[in-house]
Design a protein around this ligand. Structure first.
Ligand SMILES: Nc1ncnc2c1ncn2[C@@H]1O[C@H](COP(=O)(O)OP(=O)(O)OP(=O)(O)O)[C@@H](O)[C@H]1O
Ligand SMILES: [Mg+2]
Length: 222
């Protein structure tokens, strides 16, 4: 067996990342081929186009995470449009609905530029929506409401599923805290850490029988 030194570990990370990236590019290439063929054949299907866009975006996000693993990714923040980025995230997160009957309300009242790494910001929103979907048993509603005011872009994400017990509410951002059988307790911790690194914040506004609400608050850019 190979000795578990830091050097071997780094090498293994690079090799595994390399292999995963190869297969990501195959998936991406075939997604492009599918898009081209649909266009060539004159097939107009919004649901298929949306699914292909979501697959491509997810592949990109996995790629970004792999770069992080290799520590090649420094500051990748860019000027992004708040509304567009949130709408894109909600489309991606809808994939977690599976068999549940979930109504999505998405209202972004106005927009502004924000300075974030698009893929990481999208991942934060997806993590929070995914938690919301997981808290809903069979039927429920997810609301994503955004507004820019006073130099801040404020996004609230709520659901009407099973609430977080009062005595657990201050533990949910702790790395490894989970109440799920297959959870890793990393989602919220990663979101909070990333948002705070961008001068933004993430907080639980409330969690009660009728509503659990999270709020992201980040500075808008002139
Ligand atoms: N919207 C929500 N409704 C109810 N409970 C929630 C909600 N969001 C988070 N929680 C609670 O906070 C815990 C931590 O969430 P977090 O996303 O960090 O980890 P996780 O969902 O358990 O696992 P994963 O790492 O896969 O995301 C959850 O296990 C759950 O108990
Ligand atoms: Mg989670």
């Amino acid at each position: 067996m190979t000795e578990l030194t830091q050097e071997n570990l780094n090498l293994q990370i690079r090799q595994v990342s390399h292999e995963i990236r190869n297969h990501l590019s195959i998936c991406d290439m075939y997604t492009q081929i599918l898009k081209r063929n649909l266009e060539k054949d004159g097939v107009k299907n919004d649901s298929i186009s949306n699914a292909l866009d979501c697959i491509q975006k997810s592949l990109q996000i996995i790629g970004t995470n792999l770069l992080d693993l290799k520590s090649l990714n420094t500051n990748t923040a860019m000027i992004m449009d708040f509304k567009n980025t949130v709408l894109k995230s909600v489309e991606l997160a809808k994939a977690y609905t599976c068999e549940k009957n979930i109504e999505f309300e998405c209202l972004i009242k106005n927009t502004a530029n924000i300075y974030v790494d698009e893929n990481r910001f999208i991942s934060c929103i997806i993590n929070i929506i995914k938690n919301g979907i997981e808290a809903i048993d069979i039927k429920g509603k997810i609301s994503v409401i955004g507004e820019v005011k006073g130099g801040n872009a404020i996004l609230t994400i709520s659901n009407d599923g099973k609430p977080i017990p009062l005595n657990k509410q201050n533990e949910i951002f702790t790395e490894g805290f989970t109440t799920k059988q297959t959870g890793s307790g990393l989602g919220l911790c990663i979101c909070k850490k990333y948002l705070e690194s961008q001068n933004a914040s993430l907080r639980l506004v409330k969690s009660a029988k009728t509503e659990t609400k999270f709020e992201i608050n980040l500075p808008s850019v002139d």
